[in-house]
Design a protein around this ligand. Structure first.
Ligand SMILES: Nc1ncnc2c1ncn2[C@@H]1O[C@H](COP(=O)(O)OP(=O)(O)OP(=O)(O)O)[C@@H](O)[C@H]1O
Length: 348
């Protein structure tokens, strides 16, 4: 894959928006043990706004429990937001209404459980296509199986006759066969070994070039996210704390949590840049049931000030396409990680 992920569209001729998340909130009410107990809920996603254009990839990273998968379920319409709006496709249909209609497809971590063990590959891919005539269905199923690099004879195999990588290719064939506007990839390469991961990531990039499908790529693997994404959103306790063009993700992160997270993957900088000093965060993430007042990251922040504990920072644009939610953006830097270089940030 190339480093330059700038889409091939001329300026002023922007591709259409296929995902528009506006102030999305998803709270899960907790069961009360008695009626006197106050109502409490898990703030899984707490005011997320992102937009994604056709042909581009938005990466979402953050530690376990920060709300990545919940956001993914809102995008695929598997869940509805407690408040806010999630619209998908060129027509801006609410995600819940678009669910099951093929506008958005999803690929998850475990391909074996995503495939029906009683269905041959062809049936499985055809099932995802829905109601089209038989000839067209056969043609599109053949194309999808070929597009993911499987030979036609795989069509008559069952999932247990495939390797993990081949099963994931079938899941991707199922996702692309109906030509969706958007594919959610939630830890889609995480269970594969390194060389298979590279193959699948290359495949996804090629498919995107050919079809213009947009991807939301959720992963704890920063290296994979950096490789495929045009823009990367870093989540912390249900909120986006930084969204940066992929180039800035290497050297120009501004939020202390994003810098710390980034420092756990020094190998990304193997391309001649000095190694990064590791920032070790104190403590565990606070509970998503009662997020801290002020900045949610304040209890663990290495550069916290009094103000941070009292006033919640807004997500503001530092440079075009680069957003950060911090009172002291850019104040935590690492040796080998230069201060943000505005450059020409990509929009997703
Ligand atoms: N159905 C549910 N009911 C109650 N709480 C939930 C539910 N689903 C998720 N949560 C809680 O919401 C928060 C966000 O969970 P989510 O699965 O979105 O995080 P994640 O970032 O995808 O984590 P991981 O990387 O471990 O998958 C967590 O605190 C989780 O316990």
């Amino acid at each position: 894959m190339t480093d330059d992920r700038t889409p091939p569209t001329a300026q002023g001729d922007e591709p259409e928006i296929v995902l528009d998340v506006q102030d999305a909130v998803r709270h899960y009410p907790l069961r009360r043990r008695s009626l006197r107990e106050p109502r409490r809920s898990v703030h899984a996603v707490d005011g997320v706004s992102v937009r994604l254009r056709s042909g581009r990839t938005l990466g979402i990273v953050g530690e376990s429990g920060c709300g990545k998968s919940t956001l993914g379920r809102l995008i695929t319409g598997l869940e509805t937001p407690t408040s806010g709006a999630v619209r998908v496709g060129a027509n801006g249909t609410p995600a819940a209404a678009a669910s099951g209609r093929g506008t958005v497809q999803a690929v998850f971590q475990d391909p074996a459980s995503a495939l029906d063990p009683r269905m041959m590959v062809r049936q499985s891919v055809a099932e995802a296509l829905g109601g089209v005539g038989r000839d067209e269905r056969d043609r599109r199923v053949d194309e999808a199986i070929a597009a993911v690099g499987l030979t036609p004879d795989f069509g008559s195999r069952y999932p247990h006759e495939l390797s993990g990588g081949q099963q994931q290719r079938v899941c991707i064939a199922r996702a692309i066969v109906g030509e969706p506007d958007l594919i959610l990839l939630d830890e889609a390469v995480s269970s594969l070994d390194a060389s298979l991961q590279a193959q699948i990531l290359d495949l996804l990039e090629r498919l995107q070039r050919d079809t213009g499908t947009a991807y939301v790529f959720i992963s704890h693997d920063l290296r994979a996210v950096r490789q495929v994404s045009h823009s990367v959103a870093v989540m912390y306790l249900g909120q986006v704390v930084e969204q940066a063009p992929a180039e800035a993700f290497d050297r120009g992160l501004l939020h202390p949590y994003a810098v710390a997270l980034r420092s756990t993957e020094p190998r990304i900088l193997d391309d001649g840049v000095e190694p990064v000093e590791r920032v070790v965060l104190r403590g565990e993430p606070p509970s998503a049931v009662a997020p801290p007042a002020g900045c949610r990251f304040a209890p663990r922040c290495p550069i916290v000030e009094d103000h941070c504990r009292r006033v919640a920072p807004d997500l503001v644009e530092a440079t075009p396409g680069h957003l950060v939610r911090c009172h002291r953006p850019g104040d935590l830097t690492l040796s080998g990680v230069a201060r943000a270089d505005a450059g020409t940030p990509a929009e997703v």
